[in-house]
Write a protein of this length. Structure first.
Length: 433
């Protein structure tokens, strides 16, 4: 799926033997809707994505505040260790996504789509309230793990609904519209929540996030049409996706690629203040700039995916490698940090709809699981990037070092993407034989 050095025309766009249209495409299960009603339903789905983006990314701008509240003694004696420990709040959420996405998706394929989305939004609301209420670092880490469990299933089911609403030939754009809620949250929601957390305390910030999820419950229930689940879905059929090598490769490519992004983004607040010379008050603006990049990259990625996910992933990885290099070299200045984090966000966000579309292409009838697996990949990358970035920070290499960790991960992603092409050609040869 990726390489900056592959000559034009040498990578097949989608020359892999294509998978037959899955039965779960379900275009006949959705009632006819007006354009206005369709847009309203998509916005309701995106509102949930907005809340998920805020709950996932808010901790990254509030790590110093969370550490000051939950581990004040360690912060006073060893600030780097305190930030590294508090980073487990991020890692725990990501691991919850990794566990919850395939588990819930495999079980819930038969469930009515709208009711399932409402139930997942309720789970988000309760887990976010628990995050705001628990008094210890251990309790907050546990709450964040639980909050991560419904993440992938929500995005997976919402992506399937959006694909049905958009119609044939626009799946990538439908996926991108749902993910736009997440990326817009990085422009508007995360900076606002970060500023609110700095002013009123990080717990107040999470109470605001819980309010967004409560609004999502109402919006989805009122605006999204009732859509039946897949009556043929079984746990066995959904899990059959794991028998496909291309599914494993796509998940791995996504995890590695997103890991390069999260190595930088997880530590964006201390990078801004300790390396680039920004004040703490400027951190929300840097987050907003990164979020603008993510929003634009996500929309571009959706269009690239509809033109061929295999070629698109090579383009995205080439850009990500360049952006990480720029951040590592120039991130010690305000201008370099702003441009670097913007471009890292832009290129990494382009990967998300590309990987999700690729998974839906290669998963056959396991569509619910495939749509959710993208978020397992993303959050494996979240956990991997935050962990590896934390290692080099704790080792004393500073807050620019995670960019070089990300570059190594991007290089590995290129190798895995090339492996995908090789496997695809082998499958094509067997089909022709």
């Amino acid at each position: 799926m990726t390489t900056p050095s592959v000559p034009a025309g040498s990578v097949p766009t989608e020359s892999v033997p294509t998978v037959p249209t899955p039965t779960d495409a379900a275009t006949h299960r959705i009632p006819a809707l007006s354009r206005r009603r369709t847009i309203a339903a998509l916005l309701a789905l995106a509102l949930g994505g907005f809340g998920i983006g805020v709950t996932e990314f808010a901790a990254m701008g509030l790590l110093p505040d969370i550490a000051a509240d939950l581990v004040p003694g360690l912060l006073a004696t060893d600030p780097d260790a305190a930030i590294g420990l508090t980073g487990w709040v991020i890692t725990a959420y990501a691991l919850g996504v990794v566990v919850g996405a395939p588990t819930i998706a495999a079980i819930a394929g038969r469930f009515p789509r709208r009711g399932l989305l409402v139930a997942l939004a309720v789970a988000f609301t309760l887990a976010t309230l628990a995050t705001a209420a628990l008094p210890t670092i251990e309790g907050v880490i546990a709450a964040r793990f639980i909050a991560g469990l419904p993440h992938g299933a929500y995005f997976g089911v919402a992506a399937l609904v959006a694909a049905e609403l958009m119609g044939p030939g626009k799946r990538g754009q439908g996926v991108a519209l749902v993910l736009a809620g997440l990326t817009v949250s990085t422009v508007i929601g995360v900076p606002i929540i970060t500023a609110a957390g700095q002013a009123a305390g990080w717990r107040a910030a999470y109470l605001l996030v819980a309010a967004v999820f409560a609004a999502t419950i109402l919006a989805v229930r009122i605006l999204v049409p009732p859509i039946a689940g897949d009556p043929n879905s079984t746990i066995r059929r959904e899990l059959a996706a794991f028998a496909r090598p291309q599914v494993w490769i796509a998940v791995s490519v996504g995890a590695i690629g997103f890991g390069g992004f999260f190595a930088v983004y997880s530590y964006i607040a201390p990078l801004a203040t300790e390396e680039a010379g920004f004040s703490a008050a400027a951190v929300p603006w840097l987050l907003a700039s990164t979020g603008v990049g993510m929003t634009l990259g996500n929309l571009l990625g959706g269009r690239l995916a509809d033109g061929g996910a295999t070629r698109a992933v090579f383009i995205a990885f080439a850009g990500l490698a360049a952006a990480l290099t720029l951040t590592g070299l120039a991130g010690g200045t305000p201008v370099g940090a702003a441009i670097g984090t913007f471009t890292v966000g832009f290129t990494a966000a382009a990967l998300s709809p590309i990987i999700q579309t690729r998974l839906m292409d290669v998963a056959g009838d396991s569509q619910t699981l495939a749509a959710a697996l993208n978020h397992s990949a993303l959050n494996l990358g979240n956990a991997l990037g935050a962990f590896l970035g934390g290692l080099v920070v704790v080792a004393g290499f500073g807050y620019l070092a995670p960019a070089w960790v990300g570059l190594v991960l991007a290089a590995i992603g290129v190798g895995l993407a090339l492996l995908s092409v090789v496997v695809a050609r082998g499958e094509g040869a067997r089909v022709r034989g």
